[in-house]
Design a protein around this ligand. Structure first.
Ligand code: IPE
Length: 264
């Protein structure tokens, strides 16, 4: 089996373009194309997706990641639930349209956080659906936190835990960039890193937390790849905007990507 995460920036207008500010746009055609790259291979998989513009802006504005601070956050928690479920439903529908039977497994009912970290994930519904031949689909969500009332569970958190539990053949992160770079390729000179290991991870520059994916999140993503790889699972980051890269990676063919090799 394999695990795959569609990043929110691939599925939605996550990076706010001025004219789209405040709008939640789901890229239906792109998503359908990516889904069709998963379908025909005939191997079991679990799909995880991010929240993009359906989750991040409100979660950030009301600081939901730090947990409960004031009562005015509570309706926002409910609103973010509603929004990420709307995105999820669009994806489940798109899967149905191309003949992939899928079931939504919302983290808000399956995950428990404590102090901002994932403590428990009920994997039984995942196993159950896989056995039935139905693809489990889960996503970044607001989840219960035993010490802070609520927290934000990202699709990346789910990938880490699912990789540990299911030991897939490969864990694939579909993003808008070719893989991991030493810095932001848009901001200045930076090098592509084909393989993440203890040596190459040191080359990645630390950057401020609130800059978009390609910079701030790069090091975090790389650390997560190493951690998945340490658990024995090959882990790759690739560009979902390039047609057929995902399909080829699943088939084990050579494409441009960054890999963290699972320690066997
Ligand atoms: C974020 O999930 C969840 C919420 C903000 C509710 P992710 O962190 O996995 O989403 P993307 O992939 O960055 O958009």
């Amino acid at each position: 089996m394999y695990l795959v995460k569609f990043g929110g920036s691939v599925l939605t207008n996550k990076e706010t373009i001025k004219s789209q500010k405040g709008k939640k746009i789901f890229y239906r055609d792109r998503t359908a194309r990516l889904l069709s790259e998963l379908g025909p291979i005939g191997e079991e998989f679990i799909l995880v997706h991010g929240a993009g513009s359906f989750g991040h802006p409100l979660a950030k504005k009301y600081k939901l990641k730090d947990g409960y601070k004031k009562e005015s956050q509570i309706p926002i928690v409910a609103k973010v639930h509603e929004d990420v479920r709307a995105l999820n439903l669009s994806i489940i529908r798109a899967m149905g349209e191309i003949g992939i039977p899928a079931a939504s497994l919302p983290p808000s009912s399956l995950v428990e956080f404590s102090k901002g970290f994932l403590k428990e994930l009920n994997t039984r519904p995942f196993r159950h659906h896989l056995e039935m031949g139905v693809v489990p689909v889960t996503f970044g969500d607001v989840v219960p936190d035993t010490s802070r009332k609520f927290g934000i569970c990202s699709g990346d958190d789910l990938m880490m835990h699912l990789a540990k539990e299911f030991k897939p053949r490969i864990a694939i992160f579909v993003t808008k960039v070719d893989g991991i770079y030493t810095g932001d390729p848009k901001a200045g000179p930076s090098e592509f890193i084909p393989e993440i290991n203890e040596n190459t991870i040191r080359l990645i520059q630390d950057s401020k937390d609130d800059v978009p994916d390609v910079t701030g999140r790069m090091k975090r993503k790389a650390k997560m790849m190493l951690s998945i790889a340490k658990g024995g699972v090959d882990c790759v980051v690739l560009n979902g905007l390039e047609r057929n890269r995902l399909r080829k990676a699943i088939e084990g063919r050579k494409v441009k990507l960054t890999i963290g090799r699972g320690k066997k």
